[in-house]
Structure formats: structure tokens, C-alpha cells
Design a protein around this ligand. Structure first.
Ligand SMILES: Cc1cc2nc3c(=O)[nH]c(=O)nc-3n(C[C@H](O)[C@H](O)[C@H](O)COP(=O)(O)O)c2cc1C
Length: 224
């Protein structure tokens, strides 16, 4: 009986570690700035993909700013920085924070809770290598302190946009990706983009719900 109990405890402990983060409280992000020193023209003029990142960690304020710019709420009706066909909002954003990647944030996978401007812990641990591997082993992706992943649930868009749901979801991912590029630029950070990945391994690495398809992987960090 005692052995059975010990085995059950060991199994529970292993499962708890593997799924650490599930059920944990959401992490409120600092309020994003609504004014900046760099003009949109300058950000456009300087936009470039970065594939070489320095070792410096990012701050939670920078992550907050990037996520808000990507698809955060910018009006009292809950509308967002990126447009959405019939306001279906099929896109979800994930953050993969590396070990010492983001000050004040344990390494792991987090989902951006748009309405609360908060992060929901999905899985605790170092997942950058798994993400890089799923991206056809593009090493540079795992070298960024943090990785943003734009995913989408096409059915959410189809419910409002019918046959155009797939197209509209892809288009929305594009708007959000450019928002991330421009905000990274104004923060003096670098961002890259990768569409070269295998859907299933990437979805597994991020513990995505079945309905969510990954569209774009965007490593962010200080430029080397
Ligand atoms: C949809 C899409 C997918 C991309 N996938 C990758 C990728 O998997 N790996 C990569 O290194 N760059 C990728 N890129 C980045 C392009 O190579 C890059 O944007 C292009 O070389 C132009 O450079 P720039 O972004 O610095 O202007 C992708 C870009 C887009 C728009």
C-alpha cells in the first residue's frame, strides 16, 4: 500500500512538473506607453529582419509594449491595434521566454490575454530550442531571448467571415507581424520573422490547443 502511494506521489510530481504553469495565475503586464520618441516614418525607414541577438535580457515593460503593439486593445469598445475581419479576432499570441530571457519572467511558454493585458502561463521551462528545431532547425531563432508566435483559429473567423475565414486570418497575422516589427524598431530592439517551420512539431512545442495553427515565429531581442 505504502509503495503504491509513493508511486502515485512520484507520478503526480512528475506530471505536475511537466505541466507546471497550467492553472497558475495570469501575470499582469505593465501598462504600455502610448507615446514614443521614434516616428512611424523612421520605424518604417529602419525596419529590417534581425537574426543576430545579443545576450542582454529583455524587460517585462518591453514585452508588454511589443504585445500591446502587436494586437492589444486601443479603444474602450475593446478594438485592437490590428484590424480584424468583422472583428472576429481569430489570432492568439504566444510568448516563449528563454532562460534569463525576460527579467522577472520564468522561462516558459505564455499566452497573451488581450482583454487583461496579461500573460497566462502555459508551460514552464526552456522551449526555445524546441521551437528552433521545429523551425527547420534555424539556430538563430533559439538564440533570441524571447520569441513571439502568431497563431490563429480559422474557425473563429469562418464563423463570421464564411469562406473568407482562412484568407482573413492569414491577413490579420500579417498586420500583427508588421506591428511587432515597427514597435521593436522604435524600442531599439531587433525582430526577425520565420514562416519556415513544421506545423505539428511547432504546435507541440508550444502546447497549442488543437484549433490553433502557428502562422509566424518572431524572435525578438537586443541586436548584436
Ligand atoms: C512569410 C515570411 C516568412 C519568412 N520566413 C523566414 C524563415 O523561415 N527564415 C528566415 O530566416 N527568414 C524568413 N523570412 C524573412 C525574410 O527572409 C526577410 O524578410 C527578407 O529576406 C527581407 O529582409 P528584411 O526583412 O530584412 O527586409 C520570412 C519572411 C516572411 C514575410
Amino acid at each position: 500500500m505504502k509503495i503504491m502511494l509513493s508511486l502515485a506521489m512520484a507520478l503526480w510530481f512528475t506530471l505536475a512538473n511537466l505541466t507546471a504553469g497550467f492553472g497558475a495565475e495570469a501575470i499582469k503586464l505593465p501598462s504600455p506607453a502610448k507615446k514614443g520618441a521614434v516616428s512611424v516614418e523612421e520605424a518604417l525607414q529602419n525596419r529590417r529582419s534581425t537574426k543576430r541577438f545579443g545576450n542582454r535580457s529583455l524587460d517585462l515593460a518591453q514585452i508588454s509594449q511589443l504585445l500591446w503593439a502587436a494586437d492589444g486593445i486601443n479603444n474602450p469598445q475593446g478594438k485592437r491595434t490590428a484590424p480584424s475581419g468583422r472583428a472576429a479576432y481569430p489570432i492568439d499570441l504566444y510568448l516563449v521566454a528563454g532562460e534569463r530571457g525576460v527579467n522577472g519572467l520564468a522561462p516558459g511558454v505564455y499566452r497573451y490575454l488581450v482583454a487583461d493585458h496579461a500573460l497566462e502561463p502555459v508551460a514552464k521551462g526552456e522551449f526555445r530550442k524546441a521551437v528552433a528545431q521545429a523551425c527547420n532547425s534555424q539556430v538563430w531563432i533559439g538564440e533570441a531571448p524571447a520569441i513571439l508566435v502568431i497563431t490563429g483559429d480559422i474557425k473563429r473567423s469562418e464563423a463570421k467571415n464564411g469562406d473568407q475565414g482562412t484568407l482573413f486570418t492569414h491577413l490579420e497575422a500579417g498586420f500583427i507581424g508588421q506591428n511587432i516589427f515597427l514597435q521593436a524598431g522604435t524600442l531599439g530592439l531587433g525582430a526577425g520573422v520565420a514562416g519556415g517551420f513544421k506545423d505539428k512539431p511547432l504546435a507541440q512545442a508550444l502546447k497549442l490547443p488543437q484549433a490553433d495553427i502557428p502562422f509566424l515565429v518572431m524572435p525578438v531581442g537586443h541586436k548584436q
